[in-house]
Design a protein around this ligand. Sequence first.
Ligand SMILES: NC(=O)c1ccc[n+]([C@@H]2O[C@H](COP(=O)([O-])OP(=O)(O)OC[C@H]3O[C@@H](n4cnc5c(N)ncnc54)[C@H](OP(=O)(O)O)[C@@H]3O)[C@@H](O)[C@H]2O)c1
Length: 165
Amino acid sequence: MVEAVLDWGGRIDALVNLVGGYTGGPPLHQIEDATWNRMLELNLTSAFVLSRAVLPHLLERRSGRIIHTASRGAVEPFAGGAAYIVAKAGVVVLTRSIAAEVAGTGVTANVLLPGTIDTAANRAGAPGADYSKWVRPAALAETILFLISDAAREINGAAIPVYGS
Ligand SMILES: NC(=O)c1ccc[n+]([C@@H]2O[C@H](COP(=O)([O-])OP(=O)(O)OC[C@H]3O[C@@H](n4cnc5c(N)ncnc54)[C@H](OP(=O)(O)O)[C@@H]3O)[C@@H](O)[C@H]2O)c1
């Protein structure tokens, strides 16, 4: 993917990684291997692989932003989501590890911690909930736009809560 984008546009300014997914369910002692491995692969390994692929280009240019997406649950664990929570906590630590490695290079790495996002899938899963308290996708987009703007050039290693109201 990185090679295809470079072939197409010649450079990469920012990696905005929204890949992820949630499988909740049983308490930790009942989680099956397949669920554990899938949550780690989908949420954490994807962030690692994407970062590894794009960093050489950003470091060579001495410019660029990495923005990963974790979850509020990564810093405020809830019952019944341990595999996802551990994977997203890993995304936070991965981002901070990258931030330490790129400090002073002109590259930055930060991570979003969304609360429940007002998506069609979430509405279908929680009919009757108060959607006005959920995170508006536009609010997340505006946060991302700020992080990739020049104004955020000195923000590195931040885990940013976007929790809604
Ligand atoms: N929804 C929430 O309430 C919530 C809360 C906290 C954090 N988050 C996090 O915020 C991010 C966006 O959430 P969302 O609800 O908008 O997610 P989403 O639409 O369900 O999926 C986000 C992206 O992940 C990609 N993806 C899923 N499985 C993949 C796979 N096996 N290989 C490659 N790509 C895959 C999807 O690609 P395709 O479009 O090609 O399928 C999609 O572009 C995710 O990281 C999620 O964990 C969400």
